[in-house]
Design a protein around this ligand. Structure first.
Ligand code: GLP
Length: 239
């Protein structure tokens, strides 16, 4: 696991954007795995700027997103599909994007179809991840065992609490989500884990303490051959 510590979230976003730029220059038909949450917003802003400046061309790129609430309407303000449109897809030339559908009548079939589509696309070249404060990646919550493929999960109290800030008092926060499985994530050829903010310092310390904690889903990344972790100083503060 390669670790890059940056001064602040802006330089972390730039370092992450450099990895995206290099990947897409080397392979214009790159398959990207994308994530949501507050962490990648700076990176997405940087990618939009570089796209507008002609440094990155997303027109041949295909994307798969990590997760989506379930159930949720696709156009719902708090859906991850809306998040991606707002922060990235509507701002530049993405034409081939795929999120797990929070409207699927059969979530298990939807997950199987999603995984098959990733395989049909040739697999993910570069997977972006954020880190939940409980160590989750995507919505793979701390557990004793983990489904390998994409799946429907019950969100933990900690995650519901962490994400409640995005929902107003009159909005119902879904208690379940569809997520890429640990195995689907692990199949990516390259993984970029972006961690910023003091609130992630404790879980970051646990990730790097030299132990594979099976109740910290991000620890599985320690076994992957091509993972880069980009942190800001605040997230790296307890290393
Ligand atoms: C969310 C998402 C994750 C994300 C994480 C961190 O619940 N499901 O994919 O990486 O939690 O979010 P944030 O960046 O807002 O801290």
């Amino acid at each position: 696991m390669k670790k890059i510590i940056c001064d602040d979230p802006i330089s972390a976003a730039e370092a992450a954007a450099d990895i995206f730029e290099t990947q897409i220059k080397e392979k214009p038909k790159t398959v990207l795995g994308l994530s949501t949450g507050s962490t990648p917003i700076g990176l997405y802003n940087e990618l939009v700027s570089r796209s507008k400046a002609g440094k990155i061309d997303f027109s041949n790129v295909k994307t798969f997103n990590l997760d989506e609430y379930y159930p949720i309407k696709t156009g719902h303000k708090q859906s991850y599909s809306s998040f991606m449109n707002e922060h990235l897809f509507s701002k530049t030339k993405f034409s081939n994007t795929r999120l797990l559908s929070g409207e699927a009548s059969n979530p298990h079939d939807e997950c199987a179809k999603f995984d098959a589509e990733i395989i049909a696309a040739g697999g993910i070249d570069l997977q972006l991840l954020g880190l939940g404060r409980n160590g989750h990646i995507g919505f793979n919550e701390p557990a004793v065992s983990y489904p390998i493929g994409s799946n429907l999960v019950d969100l933990t109290e900690d995650t519901l609490d962490a994400n409640s800030r995005f929902f107003s008092s009159d909005e119902t926060q879904p208690t379940q989500a569809l997520t890429m499985g640990i195995g689907s994530i692990f199949n990516a050829r390259q993984i970029l884990l972006l961690i910023t903010g003091e609130g992630k310092a404790d879980i970051t310390k646990k990730l790097f303490d030299g132990v594979l904690h099976t109740d910290v889903p991000a620890c599985f990344l320690l076994l992957h051959p091509n993972v880069t972790v980009i942190l800001d100083k605040a997230a790296a503060g307890k290393l």
